[in-house]
Write a protein that binds this ligand. Structure first.
Ligand code: DX5
Ligand code: ZN
Length: 219
């Protein structure tokens, strides 16, 4: 299994201080920054787009893991590449031709991720032959996308387990409700990229939370 990457979700940060908030979690040991992009259409909430990400780029060299909770994700590939995003993760449910989209993302020099919502199955992902192999990362959502601070859905862990068994060397990310009382379930199932909003940004000691997550995944 690839090594742990802890990706604090900036959704739980103070958006008016995005640069300082990013630097704060990087100082506390974050490997990646998870940037939640919502369009008010694919999910019932709105956050940020490429202009904000390109401003943030000037404040940190951290790896940008962009989670695109948008309809028609193929529309924004160029803009996000220009904004300085390293990984463009789109939702399987939002596009007709995910294989072509992975190619489009790679052509712009970004890594490609495919996200699945809680009700989307591994079979639905694998119905697109070669997609899981081609993608650099698979994101198994552990809450319904749209908001931070929701309860972790342990019932999604069999999907993580099945994907880890099939793809031992791939980055498998979990997102939603990850905290000190849920990390064991995710780590045991085989997730190695851990997104955490509330549990990192609202922690008294974010460095300890990040370190614990990393130890649990790498154990
Ligand atoms: C939810 C987002 C998550 C969210 C996680 O749609 O994709 O990244 O910020 O927040 P927590 O860790 O608070 O559940
Ligand atoms: Zn996310």
């Amino acid at each position: 299994m690839p090594e742990a990457k802890i990706a604090p979700s900036m959704l739980s940060s103070d958006f008016a201080q995005l640069g300082a908030e990013a630097q704060r979690v990087v100082k506390h040991g974050a490997d990646w920054l998870h940037l939640d992009v919502m369009d008010g259409h694919f999910v019932p909430n709105m956050t940020m787009g490429a202009p904000v990400i390109s401003c943030l780029r000037k404040h940190t060299q951290a790896f940008f893991d962009c989670h695109m909770m948008v309809s028609a994700p193929e529309k924004w590939v160029d803009d996000f590449a220009k904004a300085g995003c390293e990984l463009y993760c789109f939702h399987l449910e939002a596009t007709q031709d995910p294989l072509a989209l992975v190619d489009q993302i790679h052509a712009k020099g970004m890594k490609a991720g495919v996200a699945i919502k809680p009700k989307t199955t591994v079979d639905q992902l694998e119905a697109f032959e070669g997609l899981a192999e081609k993608a650099d990362m698979i994101l198994v959502m552990t809450v319904e996308p749209g908001f931070g601070g929701q309860k972790f859905m342990a019932e999604c862990m069999p999907k993580v387990k099945a994907l880890r068994a099939k793809y031992p060397h791939k980055d498998i990310e979990v997102d939603g409700g990850l905290a000190l009382d849920t990390i064991d379930a995710a780590a045991d199932a085989g997730a190695n990229v851990i997104v955490a909003g509330t549990s990192v940004f609202k922690a008294e000691k974010p460095d300890e939370v990040i370190r614990t997550f990393r130890e649990k995944v790498n154990k």
